[in-house]
Design a protein around this ligand. Sequence first.
Ligand code: ACO
Length: 333
Amino acid sequence: MKRPVARITGTGGYLPERRMDNHELSKRVETSDAWIRERTGIIERRIAAPGEMTSDLALQASRRALEMAGLTVNDLDMILVGTISPDLLFPSVATLLLRKLGGTRFIPAFDLQAACTGFLYGLSVGESFIASGQCRRVLVCGAETFSRVVDWRDRSTCVLFGDGAGAVVLEAVEGTEDGRGLLSTHIHADGVSADLLKASGGVSAGPPSDRGPEMDGIGYVLMQGNEVYKQAVTVMGRLVDETLAANGLEKSQVDWLVPHQANIRIIQGIAKRLGMGMDRVVVTVERHGNTSAASVPLALDEAVRDGRIQPGQLVLMEAFGAGFTWGSALMRW
Ligand code: ACO
């Protein structure tokens, strides 16, 4: 018997209302609009309101994805959330999301911690549950309030990130001859480069009651940006080759690249490697900054809703993040 294929039947995105542009940032730290634009492509990012949590952003994006799919939360068999800025250490954002969506079935719901690759990890896990026949409908979300993890005194990181959420509904489809659906997902980690990009703290910092002044700064993002940059470009290039080879496809057959939105120069590098013009690359980094696990589903949602991505087209999604982790998904839309 043929395995069911997973198809994305709904997408949704949500950005907090508050915009913070580069000029505002240059009043906080020693930086400039010119430096940020030239090195990253970012012009502005969104910042969650006080009290607006990662699960609240996930809720808005998920509602929109469910609405597009014509489903309610009780039609779902699983909820997956990629995040590194959860509301709480536990319980997971996915369980909070299940409750906020009003779910009354006791479906599995859990978070995936794979940094900026969290959404791709979620797609891969969701696809596996669908292919094995254990689930028919899976909500996969990437959601972050990264503004709460950055050190607003550190110009080398605070200019890069933003808050937001994106979500998709994956549904099982059988017996289709059109080849539409997820063709393959590829997820990886090395774990050897953890010190290049991390947020220390959490349990390793000890109980909050025992923390002295030497712990100031613990809990914030630390990044050796230029080293991460080099590795991201190399690894993403290999990943694109791996993904296309697994499907016997050529670079020229890809209609849309939906990359992780960390830096416009990394995105341009991958597009060049694919031989793609930037008119076939979905770019949101200038308006969103790096929203970590939310960046790929947010970009995807934008290009689906504005009609760029059309049924039958080949869509390549990819991401790279702390760990390092990296992942891709190839989809016949
Ligand atoms: N404004 C002005 N100057 C700055 C700023 C700033 N905001 N930040 C750093 N600088 C200075 C540095 O101090 C340095 O000065 P120096 O030459 O006097 O020492 C100079 O600019 C160059 O710094 P670099 O770090 O070498 O700059 P680079 O060109 O590498 O750009 C950047 C930095 C944008 C961070 C880039 O390296 C990058 O995008 N890296 C990859 C990020 C990424 O992909 N992360 C993975 C995903 S994130 C995740 O998983 C959570």
